[in-house]
Write a protein that binds this ligand. Sequence first.
Ligand SMILES: Cc1cc2nc3c(=O)[nH]c(=O)nc-3n(C[C@H](O)[C@H](O)[C@H](O)COP(=O)(O)OP(=O)(O)OC[C@H]3O[C@@H](n4cnc5c(N)ncnc54)[C@H](O)[C@@H]3O)c2cc1C
Ligand code: SF4
Length: 401
Amino acid sequence: MDKYDVIVVGSGITGGWAAKEFCEKGFKTLVIERGRHITHRGPEYTDMQAPWQIDNRNLVPERIAEEGRYGNIINKGFFKPATQQFFADESEHPISYPEDKPFRWVRSYQLGGRSVTWGRQVLRWGPKDFEANAKDGHGVPWPIGYDDLAPWYDRVESFIGVSANKDGLDVLPDGVFQKPWEMSCAERFISDNLKKKYTDRHLIIGRAANITEPTPEQQSLGRTQCQARSYCKRGCSFGGYFSSLSATLPAAERTGNLTVVTDAIVETVDYDETTGRASGVTVIDAHSKEKRQYKARVVFCVPWHWAQYKSYLTPSLQLFPMVWRIAVVLWVTTSWTTLRALLRMPKSPDLKILTLSVDVLLLLIFPITAMSKKTMPILFVVLATKLLRSIDRTRAQQQIK
Ligand SMILES: Cc1cc2nc3c(=O)[nH]c(=O)nc-3n(C[C@H](O)[C@H](O)[C@H](O)COP(=O)(O)OP(=O)(O)OC[C@H]3O[C@@H](n4cnc5c(N)ncnc54)[C@H](O)[C@@H]3O)c2cc1C
Ligand code: SF4
């Protein structure tokens, strides 16, 4: 069984960043990705292909919609024959949701995740965004504000490279920017006229993770200036836009601390009872369907979707031991009479049989529960005593009758 300092689950924007940070701090890091291994400038990139080299001249064939595939992305402009390889086919990976709450869940199962296909617009949250929900009465107030995040925005923008204009808007704070793209004549015309007529409406140039003035750090990773060809969705051989493949994973790799495993679907986060901590993960090999385990001191889960977190937790009762332990301790240490008094329930032989049955069941399943090794024997003895006393009392009552 392989052992690492850190396991990062998922290699998208978040996983790539986590891998870079951990590797640069000297931690032996394993990135586990469920999708296939694609390489930067590899054959999956189609940015160097001419229209006639792409299936159907890069027009989406009608049959794809008829077959119910890629339904969440098909009409969104991003999906073309030249980019199809970067999106999960929903007929192979179906999801369900309530009819009245449709959820357009676009997934990318490959090394780099959706960092390969994203729209590259990077907008900072402003101070108001951290306060808006509390003011509107939704959710709980944010525990951090803009000032806490600002230095981290600086750090990220410096590394990824953001081309943007410093517009001086309080709703959209400026950051560490490279030279912006120019507006077209029409855009300039609208922008100028908006400025004349309104103080609170602005048309600004997009803030894109496409580099216009590559820094030495970006160049050292093999990235060059964006060529403005607008083929980014196909993967960029110039490293002109930020992705895990063009930036964070190469940065992690050059430290010598990175190991990447692809085609490995993390099934569960494993839990060590003795330490009360995550100890690693169990993965299913996408091809052989065999399970294997990886161990690490830290497990960093960023597969993006909540369903995935749920599936990590569902098979493992061990992952919510406190709730389970408290419930068992309460049950074992509370006498039936006290419980009945607390719940104000009448005497009933049926309920007594039910509680006795639960006691017996608990005794039987104790060895396979998530109770800690130290408390389990004590609870076992208490429960057995409780059960024996209960049986004894029932017998005595029958004899009196
Ligand atoms: C078409 C499109 C355009 C977008 N444009 C923008 C934009 O302009 N600006 C913006 O800010 N955001 C944009 N987004 C959103 C942005 O791309 C995502 O928010 C971001 O990429 C999420 O990163 P992530 O690392 O959390 O997840 P992902 O990039 O989805 O990465 C998760 C990774 O985990 C892997 N994984 C999942 N389950 C498992 C498992 N069980 N075991 C192992 N690996 C697993 C997946 O295969 C994937 O590689 C866009 C998204 C799409 C689809
Ligand atoms: S990032 Fe720039 S160079 Fe790369 S595909 Fe996009 S437009 Fe072209």
